[in-house]
Design a binder for this molecule. Structure first.
Ligand code: GCW
Length: 704
């Protein structure tokens, strides 16, 4: 039987089964057979031959990975195996940069040839995945030609994974890294992880938690790290580590970790050199210092710049990067928490070495469902700034709730800072357009774990995918990314992809509505951060909810204008003026910046209290709409993923009601106003919600 016939036969047998047994492991790299005969012919003829063109035109492990992926992909999609040749192409192509690619399709000697051309082998690999994406989406082969290059140089996942495999704020099982069995045992999953990263354009990964354990820097663990680096290298993924500031004391036997102490400097130089002998393409360090109990330069009365430069000097001779986190705040600092990092770091602008990048969370607080952008993005013209996004849904329902985060990230990336006049968006600050020359970076806190489908919630992989795609090109729209992901993950048929895209797009706003609408923030439960907790009084004022909602008989919201903490002053005058006046401040940020009376008239004509209640109700209703939307997909989604999402949405609806009821009952103590018409009455009294204890919530280190 010829190959083609066999293929058709297999398609015929498999087609009825195609809706069963999808466990999500293959993510967006499923390579399902193209069943439409016209399209299959179009692809088969178009891909007569494939040329991988690089300046050297030689084989390498990266080229081998590209070849392997093409084989697997084309075999799955088409059941064909076109000839793949590596060729030298001497002329340089400025459009592709160092990591980009050019896809071409031409007829040569009567046969169609597809060329993936790049300046480096890594670009060929990226182009390979772009080609396979095109085919998986069933796009016409005539539209294949393209050129693409990343806008940001270092596109890095950050794992908050501990050495005991517990993942801080991880909701998809335990760490992917089986440290105990490394370096000898190398799970097949390591390769698949690297493939997934490479396919969305990521090129780096920080393996361990920023709340770091110094053990990772011991020779024993570095050998394990090197094994992972070996697995990832063929896919163009570099490994980075979170470094513990006090490591010279803990594993080096020194008495101090003072960044200006010559012995400490020598220790780090030697440690870095040791790492590079094991991992020649090591990416560098990520450091969380003097934040939430972590050691740092302040322990020695040194600045964050002195701390960062200590590592940067050791890394510089090897080409390594130092990512220093700006997530810094202190319990004893009386300044509004959202202003503390701004004050600390603006004073240090210009003092960081060239290979230091300051890694700043998207907002000034902590990954809330909605925050304004972090004012540091508009205030450090002489420092390279990276943005840190949280893919894992610490404050957006873990892997239990559906929240597609691209719209949230786009909101920040597209935000205007006015740092250097108009068109000074956060994205342009981060991608280097408005920065001093030097490296640019973007980081995403991973939502992966060892669950079979990688991310727990079957739809949460959309966020991993979206992070990669936006890191590569922040001008892509949330809609385009959602559409791609839905087609790749479920089906290229618009009957499936269009409704899924629609469900994804509104889902983050839905979570905002039922949890922290109108600019409310940090009113979640203590510790695990899942569910409502507007009443939380923690051992630190800045971990207590009323620090943020400031509800009282008069009204609600954080006073951050001149008569309050004046956090508005950290933004450009244009923004301070717009956000500083409740009449021009968008509803979405109103209670972030203003403490307003319950009777305040909103744009809708409702009072603030009524508006708040209506938003909470809207959130619940939107989850119900998600449920209906999902239900309608029953005939076209495989049983396994359909059922899982359906039950998760049922849980989400119940959680959304809890959020609404608990928050409205709590705030009603102050507003003393009735719920407006259309808002469902709460199921229980306030005391019932306050007494609830959620035990052993995933991702929380506290209960173990
Ligand atoms: O949001 C807080 C989290 C911590 C986390 C910290 C950080 C890794 O609750 O779990 O610690 O942010 O970003 O450093």
């Amino acid at each position: 039987m010829n190959r083609r016939l066999l293929f058709l036969l297999i398609c015929g047998i498999l087609a009825p089964l195609a809706l069963r047994g999808e466990d999500g492991y293959r993510l967006w790299l499923r390579y399902e057979p193209v069943a439409n005969p016209d399209l299959r012919r179009q692809y088969t003829e178009g891909l007569g031959r494939i040329v991988l063109a690089t300046p050297a035109g030689t084989e390498s492990p990266v080229i081998a990975a590209a070849r392997g992926e093409l084989r697997a992909g084309l075999d799955g999609l088409l059941g064909t195996m076109p000839a793949i040749r590596v060729e030298a192409r001497a002329e340089s192509d400025p459009a592709v940069g160092t990591e980009g690619y050019r896809l071409e399709i031409k007829v040569q000697e009567g046969a169609s040839v597809v060329t993936i051309a790049a300046a480096r082998d890594a670009g060929v690999l990226r182009g390979t995945f772009a080609l396979l994406r095109h085919l998986q989406m069933h796009r016409p082969i005539s539209e294949l030609a393209t050129v693409s290059a990343p806008r940001i140089a270092h596109r890095i996942l950050n794992h908050w994974d501990n050495l005991n495999r517990f993942v801080e704020r991880g909701y998809a099982g335990f760490s992917l890294w089986d440290w105990y069995h490394l370096p000898e045992v190398r799970d097949r999953r390591y390769r698949d992880y690297a493939r997934a990263l490479a396919s969305i354009g990521l090129n780096g990964t920080v393996l361990n938690n920023v709340n770091a354990n110094a053990l990772i820097l011991t020779p024993e663990y570095l050998r394990k790290v090197a094994a992972l680096a070996d697995e990832f290298r063929p896919y163009g993924i570099r490994v980075y580590l979170s470094a513990r500031f006090s490591a010279p004391i803990e594993i080096g036997g020194l008495k101090t970790a003072d960044p200006l102490d010559p012995a400490v400097q020598a220790w780090w130089r030697a440690k870095v050199a040791e790492i590079y002998t094991l991992i020649p393409d090591f990416g560098g360090f990520l450091v969380k210092a003097n934040s939430e109990g972590q050691p740092g330069p302040h322990d020695y009365q040194r600045t964050h710049a002195e701390g960062a430069n200590l590592f940067a000097e050791a890394l510089a001779p090897h080409g390594g990067l130092l990512l220093w986190r700006a997530f810094v705040y202190a319990a004893d600092d009386k300044l509004d928490r959202v202003r503390q990092a701004y004050r600390q770091f603006t004073a240090l602008d210009g003092q960081f070495r060239d290979n230091v990048i300051l890694q700043i969370k998207n907002g000034p607080l902590d990954f809330m469902p909605r925050e304004p952008f972090h004012p540091l993005f508009g205030a450090m013209p002489r420092t390279r700034l990276a943005i840190e996004l949280q893919i894992t849904q610490e404050y957006l329902g873990g892997a239990t709730h559906l929240a597609y985060l691209a719209p949230m990230w786009k909101e920040v990336l597209d935000a205007e800072t006015y740092a250097a006049g108009p068109n000074s968006t956060v994205a342009r600050v981060v991608d280097g357009s408005l920065r001093p020359p030097g490296p640019s970076a973007i980081a995403g806190v991973a939502n992966t774990g060892n669950e079979r489908n990688w991310t727990g919630h079957p739809l949460a992989a959309a966020n991993w995918y979206a992070f990669g795609r936006l890191a590569w090109d922040h001008t892509l729209s949330s809609q385009q990314i959602a559409d791609e992901w839905a087609r790749l993950t479920f089906s290229p048929s618009p009957r499936v992809s269009v409704p899924i895209t629609r469900l994804l797009l509104g889902s983050r706003e839905t979570v905002v509505d039922y949890s922290m609408p109108l600019g409310l923030h940090h009113i979640m439960a203590e510790g695990h951060h899942f569910g409502p907790g507007p009443w939380v009084v923690a051992r630190r004022a800045d971990w207590s909810s009323n620090y943020y909602h400031q509800a009282d008989e008069f009204g609600i919201g954080a006073a951050r204008g001149p008569t309050g903490s004046n956090a508005l002053a950290d933004y450009a005058p244009e923004l301070a003026a717009r956000w500083g006046d409740p009449a021009t401040c968008p509803d979405e940020l109103l209670l972030w910046f203003h403490h307003l009376p319950w009777s305040h008239r909103m744009r809708s004509g409702r009072t603030l209290w009524d508006e708040l209640a209506v938003r909470y109700q809207q959130g619940v209703e939107s989850v119900r709409a998600l449920q209906d939307g999902w239900e309608a997909l029953a005939p076209v989604i495989d049983e396994e993923r359909f059922t899982r999402v359906k039950s998760l949405l049922r849980r989400q609806e119940s959680d959304a009601r809890d959020w609404r009821d608990a928050c409205l009952l709590y705030f009603q103590q102050y507003s003393r106003r009735p719920l407006p018409a259309g808002v469902e009455p709460p199921a229980h009294d306030l005391a019932t919600y306050q007494a609830r204890k959620l035990r052993y919530a995933p991702g929380h280190p506290g209960d173990y």
